[in-house]
Ligand binder design. Sequence first.
Ligand code: HEC
Length: 190
Amino acid sequence: MRGILIGIAVAAISAAISATPAGAIDYAKSGDIIPPANYRDWVFLTSSLDLNYNEPVPGAAAPAKSQLDNVFVNPEAYKVYMKTGTWPDKTVMVKENRVAAPSADEIGKSGKVQEGIISIELHVKDKKRYPGDGWAFFFSNGKTPTARYVARPASCYTCHEEHGKVDTTFVQFYPTLVDVAKAHKTFKGD
Ligand code: HEC
């Protein structure tokens, strides 16, 4: 009996936690976003090394610590992308930036492994909320419960609009998505 009661309590709690319907985006009152807790269960698009946004200083030494990023997209948007070659409304993309340790100690002498989070960036398409092309950017240091809304004008928008190959996203660096866009003629300049 006790076991059953505990079972019911656990089921009730997990139902409450997952009350947000799939595909819904959680915003804070301030206009910031609450990054989805389960984005690591989403579709993985790529991992890139030292693709930071700063212009390299000519002749400067390489940074002592490298940075790796992991990009994820919500499964609902991914499914539509695979059929259409572009992102639907309510697309949420998460770029998680992590420290790359200089070496993987005794196992792989020249290998590098990922460590703690440096920051989390989000790129969200929500047409009702963001007039124009519907896209908005958010940024967090990975420690706060919300990620800050980046208002226009900002370099996030200009770089993505100028260089992103599908809509304002960097599909050219997501290897399994490139051919899908090319087949649907949604890949810019192709
Ligand atoms: C100088 C160009 C540049 C600027 C400025 C820039 N990005 Fe990006 N962004 C990129 C590149 C390149 C990628 C591809 C990442 C990869 O391949 O790992 C990317 C990918 C992303 C992604 C993954 C989804 C997508 O759109 O492809 C997010 C989220 C993101 N950036 C957020 C931001 C935010 C937030 C800012 C502003 C604080 C920003 N970016 C500024 C170049 C830029």
